[in-house]
Write a protein that binds this ligand. Structure first.
Ligand SMILES: *Cc1c(COP(=O)(O)O)cnc(C)c1O
Length: 386
């Protein structure tokens, strides 16, 4: 088969299975209300949980006056500025670790950290529903990877008991497509018991979990040693761009030496790093988390009363299971007709037969927005009988 034939047959197959992805182009900044094509849409699919993506433009403009645009080089050559350095310090302080190391994206942080930590001959254990970047990092490391059943810690414990060698345990905190929370206290206990290294990806937890939004470790009240490798991202609740790993001095120093996606890439624009400091300050406002919690409760009680197919989640990620991909698409389309934007999440992002509408809530949504959402969902779900 020629390359061209391979492309077109893969596309054809995706289309036939209702799995073709299409991008929607926004004409306005990220917000609860966006303009998209000719439509004004009430948006329930961003990861902007605290509503901070729509702030910080002035900080960024000021930072750009200080730093202009490009960083000019990788961190180890001459691209590491005081702006990056200050952000690393602030992130270490925010998450309660001795040090943090900034990466350009969460994808790069996960790939770069796992592939630097584990090597051929080591063992990596991952939750079945972990984010793609964590799985890709494990592949790159050449260690032997085993995926345990979702949140099945007994199975993980058994697997670790049966393994001799250096083991790395990796899990999302809040799972990105299901919204449920890993029992990180249990993971810490099991990992410590087996002398395994625990790494948690708190992409959806930082800014959201814990009384002060410091993330999953604050939520479970765990000491730093219980969670030695912490990944946070800056593009979700923190409303900006980038990611970091936090941990001990030695961990960070080791990653500076050996993490290839840290070393062999241009540092993020220093203005972005400096502007992130402003959003980090805004994220300290506990009123944002109170508003978010309130919207989540409002949504869940309303959805329950209407018999919508809720999943077991207390987080801002509130998926509604549709089963088939074409049903997910039909309902998503019908919602769009009503001015509501919720994307249909389909395989391979989720398992076969578990397509869903991934509703996400933010502190910026009003109670009225939630009421509008619930009415539209009820009519879309009852109008589309399986
Ligand atoms: C979004 C996400 C990432 C990737 O972070 P980016 O900064 O968007 O590259 C990593 N892990 C999880 C669990 C995520 O949801």
């Amino acid at each position: 088969m020629s390359w061209q034939d391979r492309f077109s047959s893969a596309l054809q197959q995706r289309k036939q299975n209702h799995l073709l992805r299409q991008r929607q182009t926004l004409h306005s900044p990220q917000s609860t209300h966006v303009s998209c094509g000719n439509a004004q849409l009430l948006n329930f699919c961003s990861n902007d949980y605290l509503g901070l993506a729509n702030t910080g433009g002035d900080d960024l403009a000021r930072a750009a006056q200080d730093w202009q645009f490009g960083s000019g080089a990788s961190h180890l050559v001459c691209g590491h500025t005081r702006a990056h350095h200050d952000l690393e310090k602030a992130l270490a302080e925010f998450t309660g670790y001795p040090r943090a190391l900034l990466f350009s994206t969460g994808y790069m942080a996960n790939v770069g950290v796992i592939s630097a930590l584990a090597q051929r001959g080591d063992f990596i254990f991952q939750d079945k529903l972990n984010h793609a970047s964590l799985l890709d990092g494990a592949q790159l490391s050449r260690a032997k990877m085993t995926r345990y059943r979702h949140c099945d810690y007994q199975q993980l414990d058994d697997l670790l008991s049966a393994t001799s060698g250096d083991c790395l345990v990796v899990s999302d905190s809040i799972f990105s497509m299901d919204g449920d929370l890993a029992d990180v206290a249990r993971l810490a206990e099991i990992s410590q018991h087996h002398d395994a290294l625990l790494m948690i990806d708190d992409a959806h937890g930082i800014g959201v979990l814990g009384k002060n939004g410091h993330g999953v470790r604050e939520h479970f009240d765990l000491p730093q040693e219980a969670l030695p490798v912490y990944i946070g991202t800056l593009g979700k609740a923190l409303g900006g761009y980038g990611a970091f790993v936090a941990g001990s001095d030695d961990l960070i120093e080791y990653l500076i030496q050996f993490s290839r996606s840290y070393i062999y890439t241009t540092a993020m624009p220093p203005a972005v790093a400096q502007a992130m400091l402003g959003n980090l300050e805004r994220a300290r406002d506990n009123k944002l988390r109170e508003a978010l919690t309130d919207r989540i409760k409002l949504f869940r009680s309303g959805a329950e009363a209407r018999g919508l197919p809720l999943m077991d989640s207390e987080s801002p990620v509130q998926p509604l299971l549709t089963g088939s991909s074409d049903r997910a698409l039909r309902i998503s389309d019908s919602l769009k007709q009503q001015g509501i934007w919720i994307s249909a999440i389909r395989p391979p992002t989720v398992p076969q037969g578990e397509a869903r509408l991934r509703v996400t809530l933010t502190a910026a949504h009003t109670a009225e927005d939630i009421a509008t959402l619930l009415t539209a969902l009820e009519s879309a779900f009852t109008g589309d009988v399986q």
